[in-house]
Design a protein. Structure first.
Ligand SMILES: NC(=O)c1ccc[n+]([C@@H]2O[C@H](COP(=O)([O-])OP(=O)(O)OC[C@H]3O[C@@H](n4cnc5c(N)ncnc54)[C@H](O)[C@@H]3O)[C@@H](O)[C@H]2O)c1
Length: 329
């Protein structure tokens, strides 16, 4: 089977692509390489904007995975107009040409942030979505557009992921556990901005498992699925990261608690993914920190701007290297 991974050179893709190759799939990655190339040599490279892909280009693939776009709130707020192009228009366009090219399945990287601020209830996929910020709105628009195209001969699976954390060859230190880990090890201090808000956490291993389950699911399956390793309050995440660093590295770490307002608070049920995709998470916060420690030598240049998406976005914007074809057209 030949798979195209759009945005596959990013944090998630750089962990997923080697696993797909290892399972015997032929994998091409179409990417703008904002964060460099950390992919295995066996991956086919298409250095292009998604908007430059044509129906003909897509004809050789059985499945397409969308992992591109601006992947957090600070990026989306830095440039809301680009956010809606990269996060709403791009997945819609790619799904549209994939269907025309008779691709069998499209897997879309959605986010639990579409749930916005909820009342601490467990949300399944039937619950209403209510994001009022550019990132959440655009991830929802992308999802609505691609789900709209699902049909008997075109399966579409949207994975609403919790915040992913853990080590990837293309590293990010702007994700909840990764940030706490960096601050705990480097500054001996973990800052919790609001201990009571809920976040579904997803280890990078569980995240790549979810994509594999989706790609290998029966062709008859289409739908929206929450995926998470577990639901935690941010206060508990802080405690667990501190404990793991202290136990595993023998360092003393101070926890600083603030009570700042947050516009995202949600916990999700993953029962549908368990029942329909056979997705079962295996990694908790302690495992995530263990995996970060095992790979720490590879990203201890803590201030590298590539580890912080908003820093890289600002640098790319200064040199006008971010422009998408859709903006120029
Ligand atoms: N990381 C998380 O915690 C998380 C959680 C929920 C959802 N998501 C979603 O999962 C996806 C992957 O996240 P990530 O952390 O790997 O992101 P990332 O920022 O590390 O990678 C995104 C990649 O997409 C590429 N890209 C962006 N727009 C493109 C375009 N128009 N054409 C070609 N390439 C393009 C970039 O060069 C980059 O390599 C994103 O869609 C994100 O919104 C991520």
């Amino acid at each position: 089977m030949k798979i195209l991974v759009a945005g596959g050179a990013g944090y998630l893709g750089s962990a997923l692509v080697p696993r797909l190759i290892d399972r015997g799939y032929e994998v091409d990655v179409v990417d703008l390489f904002w964060f460099g190339n950390h992919l295995p040599a066996e991956a086919g490279i298409i250095h292009k904007d998604i908007f430059e892909m044509s129906v003909q280009d897509l004809e050789r693939y059985q499945q397409v995975v969308f992992l591109a776009g601006l992947s957090n709130d600070p990026m989306a707020e830095f440039s809301p107009s680009r956010n809606f192009i990269f996060n709403a228009a791009a997945p819609a366009y790619l799904a549209y040409i994939a269907k025309k090219a008779h691709v069998k399945r499209y897997v879309y990287a959605c986010s639990c942030s579409v749930y916005g601020y909820t009342d601490n209830e467990l949300f399944d996929e039937t619950r209403s979505v209510s994001s009022s910020y550019p990132y959440g709105i655009s991830k929802l628009q992308g999802e609505q557009a691609v789900m709209n195209l699902a049909s008997d001969d075109f399966s579409v699976i949207s994975l609403r992921k919790g915040t992913v954390s853990g080590y990837s060859p293309r590293m990010r230190l702007d994700l909840i556990i990764n940030t706490m880990f960096k601050n705990g090890v480097r500054n001996r201090e973990i800052i919790v901005n609001n201990p009571s808000i809920w976040r579904p956490i997803l280890s990078i291993e569980d995240a790549t498992n979810a994509y594999i389950r989706a790609l290998e699911a029966s062709e008859k399956i289409s739908g929206i699925f929450n995926v998470a390793s577990g639901n935690y309050t941010v206060g508990e995440v802080g405690d667990l990261v501190r404990m793991a660093i202290e136990e595993q590295l023998g360092l003393r770490v101070h926890l600083t608690i603030h009570h700042k307002k947050d516009f995202r608070n949600y916990k999700v049920s993953i029962q549908k993914a368990e029942n329909m995709l056979s997705f079962h998470p295996n990694y908790d916060v302690k495992c995530i920190v263990k995996q970060l420690i095992e790979n720490m030598e590879r990203f201890h240049d803590w201030d590298n701007p590539q580890y912080y998406n908003i820093e890289t976005l600002k640098l790319l914007s200064q040199t006008n290297s971010l422009r998408s074809l859709a903006e120029i057209a």
